[in-house]
Design a protein. Sequence first.
Length: 145
Amino acid sequence: MATSTERSTSPPSSGGATVADPHAGSDRTPVPVAERGRTVVADKVVERVASIATAEVEAVIDTRTGWTRLVRKGLPHAEAVVAGGTSRITVAVAATWPTPLAQVAAQVRENVTRQVAHITGVTVARVDVTVADVVHLDSPAPRIR
């Protein structure tokens, strides 16, 4: 005879074989799929998102050209360390002349913090901004001999 934790899973013609019901008597609520496991965001991903967010700031100039763009050398440049879902980010930028540099740094810091948190889900503990170059947009390009 079947107990309260068993139920018949076979047709009546099979002799009434029973198996344990995995849900009978269980008070556990199933965990939603989105909450199972863990998500790891690599440092390089945070660096890439931070670089893109930095380049979105109007007064920031992208100094990478040609092959340097392919290997991600030049400015803007970002480095990140992610530990326990929190990141520390350092960015280096080139700014346009005569934009106030403190204003550029504040805009970069704000956009990087917002975009990294939104896109990666990683909390941003701090963003250090170095203005590594200032570019005068009206100056002629250097001549190559």
